[in-house]
Design a protein around this ligand. Structure first.
Ligand code: HSE
Length: 434
């Protein structure tokens, strides 16, 4: 059988990794796919001396690949929203299948892209868009298809996890570690996407749609970054038996879907709390299977290429099948997507870590306890440290039971209004993941 012809758009880190893996493992890939997969054209705007593309035709014109009648599958690896969207929509309009690693594109424009793909009967595959080499989309969409998914929680940004791991293990400062992550090539072009949780929210948006069968709604995801975390809180969390991770949480409740990315205390004995460095991990809890954990490299040249090439194999296997009988893009049949709302952060529920800087007076703890109890907030534990030498203030650390964000915000406002409380109350959400 003739090989399937692929056009790779973008020959950066992932593009060159994809080219190399396709070349190196060509025989194994053909044995799996049933046909060879040949790179018939590459679009690159800048030369990549690291990648030996041999005699493969190269163009500087990205859209030419979408218009090339020889190409069966367009692989979009240029990133961003604008040209990538144009390329993908043009490829679909020309009846080509698409493989993309672009989480921002899928999270923001996925509903439109999938609708056009259905009209044309083509596949858009995007495994590499979430957690790099971890086949979590495949697992959630197919392997866990029997389940009602309760929640998904993941460390889905390697740069952020690297920063938090280095802060905890080596006491390094935030800017120092970020600079290293950039030098290692893990950080996004705009590193605020990593540290403010935007990149993780793109990925969480995709996971939530596939887990719960809802349209992609990136604009409703809540994001809170890690830039204000201090080594003091990392240390106090440790003393209480927790690790702080930048977690994406998507939870199905009777009221709606929680979709949130924020620093989170996790019990240190959970496997996911021990995922360090640039590694990613995603927990999925289903009603039948219970909790599962998917772990691996969330970024990097060949781990991401591994997911891109697996998608290519899937496309080759399914391209001759009836479009109606293919696995739906978002796991659920498009006419069966649910309108269960995404909740505002005020309506979300979690346990909390609070750090209060208090004057060293009798009765402060009683006032704090009274404010919390008046709002139905149950204290799980309290740790009070010695007064700080430089200001005489006492750090008071509390863990609470689960409460809605709205009630916690009210309580924090009341705590900060106390004469004996100095400065802002530090608030970090806690998830037990059980
Ligand atoms: N900047 C991302 C990360 C790359 O650090 O995880 C992979 O999406």
């Amino acid at each position: 059988m003739k090989p399937v012809k692929v056009g790779i758009c973008g020959l950066g880190t992932v593009g060159s990794g994809t080219f190399n893996v396709l070349k190196r493992n060509a025989e194994e890939i053909a044995r799996r796919a049933g046909r060879g997969i040949e790179v018939a054209q590459i679009a690159q705007r800048r030369p990549n001396p690291q990648c030996d593309t041999g005699s493969t035709p190269i163009t500087a014109e990205v859209l030419a690949v979408a218009d090339n009648p020889e190409i069966d599958v367009v692989v979009e690896l240029i990133g961003g929203y604008t040209l990538a969207r144009e390329l993908v929509l043009r490829a679909i309009a020309n009846g080509k299948h698409v493989v993309t690693a672009n989480k921002a594109l899928i999270a923001v424009h996925g509903n439109e892209i999938f609708a056009k793909a259905r009209e044309q009967g083509v596949i858009v595959a995007f495994e590499a868009s979430v957690a790099g080499g971890i086949p979590v989309i495949k697992a959630l969409r197919e392997g866990l298809a029997a389940n009602r998914i309760n929640w998904v929680a993941g460390i889905i940004n390697g740069t952020g996890n690297f920063i938090l791991s280095e802060m905890r293990e080596k006491g390094r400062t935030f800017p120092d570690v970020l600079a290293e992550a950039q030098a290692l090539g893990y950080a996004e072009a705009d590193p605020t996407f990593d540290v403010e949780g935007i990149d993780a929210a793109h990925k969480l948006t995709i996971l939530a749609s596939i887990a719960f069968g809802i349209p992609l709604q990136f604009d409703k995801a809540y994001t809170e970054g890690i830039t204000r975390l201090t080594t003091a809180d990392v240390g106090y969390a440790e003393a209480l038996g927790y690790r702080i991770k930048h977690l994406g949480v998507a939870r199905s409740t009777d009221q709606g879907i929680e979709l949130r990315v924020h620093p989170t205390l996790i019990p240190a004995d959970r496997l996911i709390a021990n995922v360090n460095g640039v590694m990613n991990a995603v927990m999925v809890n289903g009603d039948a299977v219970g909790s599962t954990l998917f772990y691996g490299a969330g970024a990097g040249q060949e781990p991401t290429a591994s997911a891109v090439v697996a998608d290519l194999v899937d496309v080759v296997r399914a391209m001759t099948s009836d479009p109606e009988n293919r696995v739906p893009h978002l796991a659920f049949q498009p006419d069966a997507l649910s309108d269960h709302p995404v909740l505002s952060i005020e309506a979300c529920e979690s346990a909390y870590y609070l750090r209060i800087q208090a004057k060293d007076h009798p009765g402060v703890l009683a006032q704090v306890a009274s404010i919390l109890s008046a709002r139905g907030i149950n204290i799980e534990s309290i740790m009070q440290k010695e007064a700080e030498e430089h200001d005489g203030l006492v750090p008071m650390i509390l863990l609470t039971h689960r409460v809605t964000e709205r009630h916690m915000v009210e309580a924090i406002t009341a705590l900060e209004a106390l004469d004996d409380v100095v400065g802002d109350v530090v608030r970090i959400r806690v998830e037990h993941l059980n």
